[in-house]
Design a protein. Structure first.
Length: 122
């Protein structure tokens, strides 16, 4: 995905689509009017932009996601680690934990994830 970032307003719009898909463009316009105070033209403009970026698809007046919310944010996270820490997950974790202590639950979750990863590689 070429552009793995969403602005704050685009993210709110994307969440509306992800939470309600598949949905008609008519329903999307109504939801954006209610939640974002947008006019129809603004909804179409942002929808077109995010369709061009390969996040959503509009076909026969129905909007669906080409990638899930989780997939999108995984791509964005990977790009952040790559751009900021030369792709080093340990460097990212070191920087993150230097300012924020992990809870016991978070440490256990990380251990579980590493164990599952190791077992999957065998």
């Amino acid at each position: 995905m070429e552009n793995a970032k969403l602005g704050a307003v685009e993210a709110r719009f994307a969440d509306i689509v992800w939470q309600n898909q598949p949905l008609t463009t008519k329903r999307l316009i109504k939801l954006c009017e209610e939640n974002l105070n947008w006019k129809r033209t603004t909804t179409y403009t942002v929808l077109k932009k995010l369709c061009e970026r390969g996040i959503f698809l509009t076909e026969n007046s129905t909007v669906t996601a080409l990638i899930s919310r989780e997939e999108f944010y995984a791509i964005q996270s990977e790009k952040f680690v790559e751009d900021t820490f030369d792709g080093s997950l340990p460097a990212f974790l070191a920087a993150f934990t230097a300012r924020k202590a992990l809870t016991d639950e978070e440490v256990n979750e990380l251990r579980r994830m590493v164990k599952e990863y190791e077992e999957g590689r065998k």
